[in-house]
Write a protein that binds this ligand. Structure first.
Ligand SMILES: [Zn+2]
Length: 381
């Protein structure tokens, strides 16, 4: 298979040849190519709760839902994602993890798309603000036995855990996670600087949606956001949907860590749906407005999660002139891959697995035209 488009890095026309599941050759293309068609690495979304009506945290989740979710994400340029399971009852978490693991076993083509499972909770802060929308009754201290029970249900597929390191015993828990190959990300936390430093010392390497799930008011100098932002060891993930963080803070996060920032969607099942009123899975009524903002009904200032894809976030950064298209795209593709693999295994380079996207840039929007996963054309518009 041969694909022709402009290289998103150089804007020059290239011809990319795929053989098997790999990029076999990349060469200059001397044919005329539409100046709006780009080729770029597949997007990697390491925090996603659902999309287009599929809710990974809804009990009754089926294996086919996981399969459909992967297909929906292909339409949005995502070739790898981390299904994210949030705070829930012990058995509910167990069952949801088991369904995702079973889907990976049943559908090898889906298994290829799932980089790992992200467990966000329940070892989070119970405080109002940092807790966000996680259910208080299930929040608890880190418990290795419990985590192991869930990891067994997930057949070892939990690769990221978001936790609040202020709980007693966090350091030992973090060390055990790291030793077992699980990335520990700090989030939904009210930790003081010493507790954050101790978590880093124990092996924590990431901050989950930095700047969100925090108190409305923070001490001006000493606070958990600055402490994480200043750490060289921590990578940040940020939600760049245009609603979760003001542009100024987004810029600060990116400037502080230009090589260690990863875009995430943190999308809910409302992502990809038409604007309107919906009922959230915790029962509340939510509104997805015409601008793409998801908020509690009649209260536009209270966000109810994200309803946009990670590609939308890429485009937001470009539209707001915070980053170039190449830089923004890399934060949702090469950076997450580099974080997990040491180097970006999804870069457009000969020998790499053929995970890439051809998209069209029109009227300030990005539209996916083709998605290739492991050498197969999995979506074509
Ligand atoms: Zn969260």
């Amino acid at each position: 298979m041969i694909f022709k488009a402009l290289d998103y890095r150089t804007n020059l026309p290239i011809k990319l040849e795929v053989k098997g599941d790999k990029i076999y050759d990349i060469s200059v293309c001397d044919e005329r190519i539409d100046s709006n068609f780009f080729i770029a690495p597949g997007l990697v979304d390491i925090q996603l709760n659902g999309f287009q009506g599929i809710d990974l945290n809804q009990l009754g989740l089926k294996m086919t839902d996981v399969k459909t979710l992967a297909q929906v994400l292909f339409r949005n340029g995502v070739t790898t994602f981390f299904p994210t399971i949030i705070t829930n009852a012990v058995n509910a978490t167990h069952d949801l993890l088991a369904v995702i693991a079973a889907a990976c076993d049943a559908y090898p083509e889906i298994d290829k798309c799932i980089g790992g499972i992200h467990l966000e909770g329940p070892f989070l802060s119970a405080e109002e603000g940092p807790r966000g929308a996680h259910r208080k009754e299930f929040i608890q201290a880190p418990d290795w036995e419990l985590f192991s029970y869930w990891q067994k249900a997930a057949k070892g597929r939990i690769k990221i855990i978001t936790l609040a390191p202020e709980w007693a015993g966090s350091s030992i828990f973090i060390k055990r996670c790291v030793a077992s190959g699980v990335v520990v990300s700090i989030g939904h936390t009210a930790a003081n600087p010493e507790q954050i430093k101790a978590a880093i010392e124990a092996g924590a390497r990431m901050s989950t949606h930095l700047g969100n799930a925090s108190h409305a008011m923070l001490p001006r100098h000493i606070n958990y956001i600055y402490e994480q932002l200043a750490s060289e060891e921590l990578w940040s993930t940020v939600i760049a949907d245009g609603f979760h963080l003001p542009d100024s803070l987004l810029k600060i996060c990116i400037k502080a860590k230009p090589n260690q920032t990863i875009l995430i969607s943190d999308a809910t099942s409302f992502a990809g749906l038409p604007s309107g009123l919906y009922t959230g899975h915790i029962g509340g009524e939510v509104e997805l407005n015409s601008e793409g903002k998801l908020h509690v009904k009649n209260n536009p200032n209270l966000l109810a999660g994200s309803a946009q894809s990670v590609m939308w976030g890429v485009n937001q950064l470009v539209k707001k002139q915070i980053l170039s298209l190449q830089e923004a795209w890399n934060m949702a593709s090469l950076k997450p891959s580099a974080f997990f693999n040491g180097n970006a295994t999804n870069a457009l380079e000969v020998g790499n697995q053929a995970d890439f996207v051809i998209f069209k840039k029109e009227h300030n929007n990005l539209k996916v035209i083709k998605t290739i996963k492991a050498g197969e054309l999995v979506f074509e518009n």
